[in-house]
Design a binder for this molecule. Structure first.
Ligand SMILES: Cc1cc2nc3c(=O)[nH]c(=O)nc-3n(C[C@H](O)[C@H](O)[C@H](O)COP(=O)(O)O)c2cc1C
Ligand code: SF4
Length: 393
């Protein structure tokens, strides 16, 4: 409050509609990975009664640190966003589910606000569950309802029937922070940075072969090379760049550096912003081996409820491992499974995200495929991933 000034008090349906219109003008897109327009989610929940708001700070992505850094540094901005979202959808409460490493900081901020009687709504904090799929929106609801950190086994429309059957708005905590600023300063202010189609700033986690790994706030549309420059530039030759996170895409770093960091710009390489992650793979780590490692991790993280996810990801990870280790993979079957598994066939997007990453690896490291078949690998034997989360998380 001291830094940004008070939030506008949202009273009456007209003011709500005007402010949701402002969010639409700002073209705010979700920062949790899917990039869905926030105004559309707000409007869908606002049209119903008895709504509840959930801030998703689970950050299940192992290499990402942006939500933890945001919560640690600006918990009140996230809570302002949760309070604003509640005002916009007519909710009387908001729950922030925060990564266990930082949930105590969020809880302290909530206590501070209670003492100062800042909010008209009830804010609360719940430590998030561990695991890659625990941050999926229906898994967060499941966690809050029954301490089961798995997506619901059948697809659900949370805006209609979410937490305990109530219309539920689930927004990533970074999205909430942007929302807090848009409701204060308006769409024109938000559009002061970023691109015409994708305005605003973005938190990115830079990890791997950069000189100063960490979380940076950047203007959307800044060239990828300039973003890497903020982290002191690349630390040596690279074999690949993973954009967006484990559900993201492998791209050729030499091509990507000149592109704008935006979904539109990265779209030229079949990539997108995802959860705001740029992970640089050093040249002595084989891209196919790293893609196989991530695919195996994601297969193991399946919530074990949908056939294509359980059996499909297991089979895909196995073939990718054979490919990476030169053990004669069945590439025809691998490509067929990629086509079959990633078509919205799970109750959540876990299989889709995984196969998108695998497909991009086959594209970008295609030159390596024949060489691996001949028993040659570009990586140093035994050298595996350096794509660890930056800092102490
Ligand atoms: C397997 C899986 C894991 C996810 N993990 C997270 C997460 O850790 N944090 C998050 O904010 N969104 C995560 N999401 C996306 C959420 O389902 C949801 O789209 C998001 O929280 C909505 O907020 P946003 O519109 O503000 O991005 C995940 C999605 C999937 C399919
Ligand atoms: S697709 Fe996979 S992760 Fe998603 S609900 Fe089904 S089994 Fe669980």
């Amino acid at each position: 409050m001291d830094r940004y000034g008070p939030l506008p008090e949202i009273r009456g349906a007209r003011m709500r509609d005007e402010l949701i219109g402002e969010v639409e003008l700002a073209a705010l897109a979700g920062r949790g990975g899917a990039g869905f327009p926030t105004a559309r989610k707000l409007a869908a929940v606002a049209a119903r009664r008895n709504a509840v708001v959930i801030g998703d700070g689970t950050e299940g992505e192992p290499v990402s640190a942006k939500d933890k850094v945001l919560i640690a540094q600006s918990p009140h901005l996230v809570l302002d966003g949760a309070a604003a979202a509640a005002g916009l959808v007519g909710a009387t409460g908001a729950i922030v589910v925060a990564h266990a490493a930082v949930s105590h900081l969020m809880a302290a901020a909530v206590a501070e606000r209670r003492r100062a009687r800042v909010d008209r709504i009830r804010l609360s904090v719940v430590p998030a569950a561990d695991g890659f799929v625990a941050g999926e929106a229906s898994a967060v609801v499941h966690w809050l309802e029954s301490r089961v950190p798995k997506p619901k086994s059948t697809p659900v429309r949370l805006s209609e029937r979410g937490l305990r059957g109530r219309p539920t708005l689930v927004q990533n905590v970074e999205t909430l922070a942007h929302l807090a600023l848009i409701t204060r300063y308006g769409a024109g202010w938000f559009r002061g940075v970023g691109t015409q189609r994708e305005p605003g700033s973005l938190l990115v986690t830079l990890s791997g072969a950069v000189r100063v790994p960490g979380v940076y706030e950047v203007e959307i549309g800044m060239p990828v090379g300039a973003v890497l420059g903020l982290a002191g530039g690349v630390a040596g030759p690279l074999s690949g760049l993973l954009v967006g996170g484990y559900f993201g895409s492998w791209v050729d770093p030499a091509v990507a550096v000149d592109l704008p960091l935006s979904s539109e710009g990265l779209g030229a390489l079949g990539a997108g912003l995802g959860a705001g992650l740029l992970a640089l793979l050093p040249a002595d780590v084989c891209g196919l081996a790293e893609a196989a490692r991530i695919a195996r991790y994601l297969a193991a993280e399946s919530a074990g409820q949908c056939g294509p996810c359980v059996f499909g990801l297991e089979a895909i990870a196995g073939q990718l491992e054979r490919l990476a280790s030169g053990r004669g993979p069945d590439l025809v079957a691998l490509r067929r499974w990629i086509g079959q598994v990633g078509r919205g066939r799970g109750a959540c997007k876990h299989p889709d995200g995984t196969v998108a990453m695998v497909a991009s690896a086959l594209r970008v490291f295609s030159g390596e495929i024949d060489r691996h078949a001949a028993g040659w690998c570009c990586g140093v034997p035994g050298r595996t991933s350096t794509l660890s989360p930056p800092g102490r998380w």
